[in-house]
Ligand binder design. Structure first.
Ligand code: HPA
Length: 266
């Protein structure tokens, strides 16, 4: 039995047999939504091979249960490339999600804004991404499945549903292009000017490898950023992980409202 099938069996033994519809990956400062799920919280430490999510502001549990009437698997924390240098660090969790029956995954993250009309506290639904890291989680994958098309990687139908949910709840939600920067250092102002010219609207250190992996596995994907700061050089605002964690809850309230409506209407 594959490692992901074994882990899915273990998770089902603790959280129940019903298949999961959707996976939710929670970013920095967004971990509390995991606590809103009516279900079983399984510490990553109980799931052999699961990456240790070692970033403060993350909640390293997989929570499987009901959220607004939908059976979900919520990753309370994610592992990042910059922790160990592995761009495929989220591959096993996503494989397990698929084993649990999910066909959809929504990633959330904290990001810096490159657009002055999208200030701190905004949320942005990703329409596309720029892989500014040059890394790819599928390097080394031996099968032809590695040649994953990335047009419409952020599923247009899911995005339309998220837009509709935001409109119903009267939450302003921008749409834009997210650039993946490896981290863990923040970008320089020159790097921000460069990716702005390339067409990015927001920048962050996650999500892109997960969406590549999700598409590789045949999962439909969507992602939403909470803007925790203006990117380097665009304002006098401090840029730090402390600031990210302090500002994430502003956008997180909006994000949670949109996600809960999205789930209710699914
Ligand atoms: N850059 C990269 N990652 C981030 C930022 C940023 O400005 N803010 C929150 N995560």
């Amino acid at each position: 039995m594959s490692k992901s099938a074994e882990l899915a069996r273990l998770i089902r033994s603790r959280a129940g047999e019903a298949p999961v519809t959707l996976g939710l990956i929670l970013g920095s400062g967004l971990g509390h939504l995991a606590g809103a799920v009516d279900g079983a919280a399984i510490p990553y430490g109980d799931l052999p091979g699961f990456p240790h999510a070692g970033v403060s502001g993350h909640n390293p549990n997989l929570v499987v249960g009901e959220l607004n009437g939908v059976r979900v698997a919520v990753f309370g924390g994610r592992a990042h490339y910059y922790e160990k240098g592995d761009p495929a660090v989220m591959r096993l969790p996503l494989e397990v999600l698929k084993e649990l029956g999910a066909g959809l995954v929504i990633a959330t993250n904290a990001a810096g804004s490159l657009d002055l009309r999208m200030p701190t506290g905004s949320i942005m639904c990703l329409s596309d991404h720029i892989n500014f890291s040059g890394l790819n989680p599928l390097i080394g994958e031996p099968t032809d499945a590695r040649f994953v098309p990335m047009k419409d990687a952020y599923d247009p139908a899911l995005r339309a549903r998220l837009r509709q949910a935001a409109a119903t709840e009267e939450v302003e939600m921008a749409e834009g292009v997210y650039a993946w920067y490896s981290g863990p250092s923040f970008e320089t102002p020159a790097e921000i000017r460069a990716i702005r010219m390339l067409g990015a609207d927001a920048v962050g250190m996650s999500t892109v490898p997960e969406v590549i992996l999700a598409r590789f596995l045949g999962l439909k994907a969507a992602a939403i950023s909470t803007i925790t700061n203006m990117a380097a050089g665009l304002s006098d605002e401090a840029i730090s992980h402390e600031h990210t964690k302090a500002m994430a809850p502003i956008g997180a309230v909006k994000l949670e409202t949109v996600l809960r409506r999205f789930l209710r209407d699914l």
